[in-house]
Design a binder for this molecule. Structure first.
Ligand SMILES: NC(=O)C1=CN([C@@H]2O[C@H](COP(=O)(O)OP(=O)(O)OC[C@H]3O[C@@H](n4cnc5c(N)ncnc54)[C@H](OP(=O)(O)O)[C@@H]3O)[C@@H](O)[C@H]2O)C=CC1
Ligand SMILES: O=C(CO)[C@H](O)[C@H](O)COP(=O)(O)O
Ligand SMILES: [Zn+2]
Length: 341
């Protein structure tokens, strides 16, 4: 079977390549339906990912957030038409301590391994999680980003001390929204405070207890634990502000990706005995937990719908380019592609 793969070859330049796939293999074949653009895809698309990574990882198909429908399963375990979310992390070994997304041998789609911008995606059987019919497909498109927050909260829960009166979340964008919403859902008795830069964005966080602009935080404010969901240059400022406001022995989860190393006030990390928890990507179990969360708390989906920035029909390479450019100029929410190419 000839499959068309839409690969980024250099910044802002895509090419169609044709790859041959055997239907007799073990892979389940999925037709993507709704895809969503991640900040990581934009770093490759615009070429800001850094020269070395660009030359090492390109050409490749972008996008690691998406859902689709099964079109062919050689073992007939998935009915054709089954709605599934695709897991971008692809492990090749198991470890009893190290999770699949931290194994250096794992491949991650749209990071040196073809992502979901293809006519058909050929996936190992365990890289699909059935969605059922009660999940809105526009929200479904960015389930992978929800799994990132779920994964980091699970890591935090296992590693932090038990006092959870107040959580701080830095970042008034997509990941900050998702993380604070899940914290508010899972830790009902805890206070969640969001810290951001833009009043218009902070207005979307109607479900949290308090929001502050980062230049107007009360001096006596204190937090038990905090999540950094900023990334880029802003993450240095956010991390150091967290160190200032967190109580001794609190945990700080870092999720934002920075291209350059950031300077951290290690003296105060030591003096306060802060636990720093790095968190990257997610694995199958996080997708299962996330689908369960969306089904267990139908109300949460209503909030996630407010994170859908736009839904764009994609029928050609020009449409892909237009959608990536539109995403760059969008200040709020996720850019979703309805994949009709
Ligand atoms: N660990 C992981 O596995 C994953 C990490 N990420 C990373 O998480 C980061 C956030 O992603 P996403 O939410 O989609 O991006 P967004 O751009 O939507 O969100 C970041 C937000 O933080 C705001 N901000 C900037 N500086 C500060 C600051 N000092 N304090 C508080 N807020 C600040 C930004 O405002 P403004 O735009 O005005 O500067 C923006 O609104 C990115 O680096 C992304 O790559 C994403 C997915 C997975
Ligand atoms: O977005 C992500 C997961 O959803 C990760 O941040 C992304 O995979 C990082 O990868 P890269 O090293 O290619 O930037
Ligand atoms: Zn991502």
């Amino acid at each position: 079977m000839i499959n068309q793969v839409y690969r980024l070859v250099s910044p802002r330049q895509l090419e169609v390549t044709y790859s041959n796939f055997s239907l007799n293999s073990e892979h389940v074949v999925v037709r993507p339906t709704f895809l969503s653009i991640c900040a990581a895809d934009q770093r490759y698309y615009t070429g800001t990912r850094g020269k070395e990574a660009m030359s090492k990882k390109l050409p490749m198909a972008l996008i690691h957030e998406g859902i689709g429908k099964v079109v062919y399963d050689p073992k007939d375990e998935f009915e054709p038409g089954t709605q599934v979310v695709m897991v971008p992390n692809t492990p090749s070994e198991e470890d009893e301590i190290v999770a699949e997304n931290y194994l250096r041998s794992s491949k991650f789609r749209s990071s040196g391994f073809d992502g979901f911008m293809q006519d058909y995606v050929f996936l190992n059987r365990d890289r699909l999680v059935p969605l059922g019919n009660s999940i809105n497909p526009h929200v479904g498109a960015f389930i992978e980003l929800i799994t990132i927050a779920m994964h980091s909260i699970l890591r935090f829960d296992k590693r932090s001390h038990a006092r959870r009166q107040t959580f701080g979340v830095w970042g008034d964008g997509n990941l900050g929204f998702i993380t604070s919403l899940i914290l508010k859902t899972l830790y009902k008795d805890s206070k969640v405070i969001v810290f951001g830069k833009t009043p218009y964005k902070l207005d979307h966080f109607s479900f949290v207890d308090e929001v502050y602009q980062i230049d107007g935080i009360p001096e006596d404010l204190e937090l038990d634990h905090a999540f950094e969901c900023v990334g880029g240059k802003g993450s240095q400022y956010a991390i150091n502000q967290i160190i200032d406001y967190i109580k001794p022995e609190g945990s700080m989860s870092i999720l934002g990706v920075s291209e350059e190393p950031v300077e951290v006030n290690t003296r105060m990390v030591l003096e306060k005995g802060i636990t720093i928890i790095g968190s990257s990507r997610s694995g199958r179990v996080d997708f299962e937990n996330t689908v369960k969360l969306l089904n267990d708390y139908p109300n949460i989906q209503e909030y996630f719908k407010t994170l859908v920035g736009s839904v764009n029909e994609v029928k050609s390479i020009e449409d892909i380019l237009e959608t990536f450019e539109k995403d760059l100029t969008t200040s709020w929410g996720k850019t979703v592609m309805e994949w009709k190419i």
